[in-house]
Design a protein around this ligand. Structure first.
Ligand SMILES: *Cc1c(COP(=O)(O)O)cnc(C)c1O
Length: 431
């Protein structure tokens, strides 16, 4: 498989080059030249497949011969060594729980897969790689966990001071060793902007081997397709596939779902569930894409004003607005609605949503109201505990803390404070 840049001004790359580069040299995103069809039998006999076999079947064509089969199998096994249960919330709504990994959010899968692929690729490079990443909350912890103690790779994580939850902050500031956290006195867009400037800076790139671990990296993006297959595998009625509602920020997760669908996975319809950051819902209604400053909300991992994976969705639908609109309905859900949804669902069904899952839930309800008889599922992207500061006051109960988190709470935060100024970051990286 070869990959082109969505800006069309870069050489074609294979999976290895695209993974090492992160972003294409022309600042576009890598996209597969062709969308492979699924291995024969995978859909019709999906219940006979293990989750490793599904993952291998889906990812193999994208990796090609850049990773030997036995190593790819090991990478997959290590990537998905936890559960992805589909839980019934009520009659017509299910929740695919993607939070059973080490950092309690769905980003573990992409980060674990990418870190292992990159770890394999740098073995032959004889260079030290610096992974530079901006996080609005969950990426940082997943990337820190995925890359911790991977030989030949240093990780530098930028996060907005005071705008991530306390558990998120501990997950990205307590590793030490090859992981460094930079606490930026600004918002997520400032962090992302600094990272983008770093990738564009000639002097930095002459001195360091920089790459990104944001969802723009194909090795983080592509394995997110697995969730959609695991959802379908557990779905009770293969004749009537689910409507899938995806809490969306940078649109990497939903773009992976749309890719899986384009390669042959049955899905009834997709819902892009957004918070107040409504660039895509506005685009779907009016047809013009107008990036904005991000607005802080209680579902902070989705506070993105210019979603990077939008460019990939346009590629999937070949820039056909009508085709995009036909497959995806988008909603913008307010913080008040999110709170009300967490409270209401907990009360009626004893199911506790996190704020991101609640946005997806509310958007799915909106859709099902006007599409009677359909059934759907939400991608529950984080454990509610990760956001206990907002969730506990809503339900007026404490959330039980898993052991892994209790241990985390005893650790000490270590970060480097920084103004949102690229020159400061640059001199830090060069020092
Ligand atoms: C990152 C994140 C999202 C948004 O995912 P995208 O792929 O950026 O759209 C949603 N929910 C949670 C909990 C996240 O961490």
């Amino acid at each position: 498989m070869l990959y082109y840049s969505t800006n069309k001004q870069s050489p074609i790359a294979d999976f290895k080059e695209a993974t090492i580069n992160g972003q294409a040299p022309d600042k576009g995103l890598y996209f597969p030249e062709t969308i492979p069809s699924l291995p024969a039998g995978l859909i019709d006999n999906i219940n006979n497949y293990s989750k490793e076999e599904i993952a291998l079947g889906v990812i193999q064509p994208y990796v090609g011969d850049t990773i030997p089969a036995a190593i790819l199998r090991d990478i997959i096994t290590a990537t998905i060594h936890f559960d992805f249960p589909l839980v019934a919330v009520k009659d017509d709504v299910y929740s695919l729980e993607l939070f059973h990994g080490p950092t309690l959010a769905f980003k573990d899968v992409g980060a674990r897969f990418m870190s292992r692929c990159l770890g394999y690729f740098v073995q032959g490079l004889n260079k030290h790689v610096t992974v530079l990443v901006a996080t609005s909350g969950d990426t940082g912890g997943a990337v820190a966990d995925g890359f911790y103690e991977v030989d030949g790779i240093n990780v530098v994580i930028l996060y907005p001071s005071g705008k991530v939850s306390s558990i998120q902050e501990l997950q990205l500031t307590t590793h030490g060793k090859n992981i460094t956290a930079i606490e930026v006195d600004g918002n997520f867009d400032d962090c992302q902007h600094m990272v983008k400037q770093a990738f564009a800076d000639k002097q930095l790139n002459d001195n360091l081997f920089l790459t990104s671990a944001n969802s723009i990296n194909i090795a983080r993006w592509l394995p997110q397709q697995f969730y959609y297959f695991y959802a379908y595998q557990q779905w009770h009625n293969k004749q009537a596939p689910p409507v899938i509602s995806v809490p969306s920020g940078n649109f990497g997760n939903i773009a992976a779902g749309l890719l899986a669908h384009a390669s042959g996975l049955p899905v009834q319809h997709f819902i892009a569930a957004c918070n107040a950051n409504d660039v895509v819902p506005t685009y779907l209604v009016h047809g013009n894409y107008a990036p904005k400053q991000s607005i802080p909300t209680m579902s902070n991992a989705m506070d993105v004003g210019n979603p990077s994976n939008f460019a990939r969705i346009l590629e999937i639908y070949k820039h056909d607005h009508a085709a995009f609109k036909n497959a995806v309905t988008a909603y913008s859900i307010s913080d008040d609605e999110t709170r009300e949804t967490i409270r209401g669902v907990h009360k009626a069904y004893q199911y506790l949503l996190d704020p991101h899952g609640a946005v997806a839930y509310k958007a799915l309800e909106n859709y099902l109201e006007t599409n009677m008889g359909e059934k759907g599922l939400i991608m529950e992207t984080a454990h509610p505990l990760k956001f206990y500061d907002v969730v506990e006051p809503i339900i007026r109960q404490n959330i039980t803390t898993p052991e892994s988190v209790e241990e985390l709470l005893t650790k000490k935060k270590s970060s480097i404070a920084m103004k949102p100024d690229f020159d400061v970051l640059k001199s830090y990286l060069l020092s």
